[in-house]
Design a protein. Sequence first.
Length: 167
Amino acid sequence: MEGANILYETLYEKTNLMKNFLIAFLLFTACTQPIKDLSEQSAKEIHDADLAMNDMALKEGFNKALLAYADDNLFKPENDRMPIVGKKALEEHYAGKEGTKELSWAPFAAVASASGDLGYTMGNWKYATADTTMFGLYYTIWKKQADGSWKWTVDGGNNMPSAYQAK
């Protein structure tokens, strides 16, 4: 009989252990929610912000548009110079400079994180005046702000010998 009691007690302990595990598992899974993928909606918002910055640049000048859409903690590589770090430094760099209205761009790609707080655009730019036309590619990294707007945090690009068509 003692062997049967030991077997019963062992089974009882294992059953209680399994019950406790099952309850903990059910509580854990019931309290977690699947994370909503915000990448598609955020990519569209970033694409639209990029186009809106271009529209502002054509009307009010490149410098004003870049400053209006700049995050406080930006990083802007510059050709043959040290990069510009921080919005205050960009303001100082553009001080007294109106900025061209002859530079236009359009993204051919916009990608965002699943969390919807970070993303990037890539696209073509064109600088055209009466006697000069230049082409290039650009990239911009965008960060979602607390108010829901998008600001660029990294922006750069390069010249190309002719217009590039993304595939």
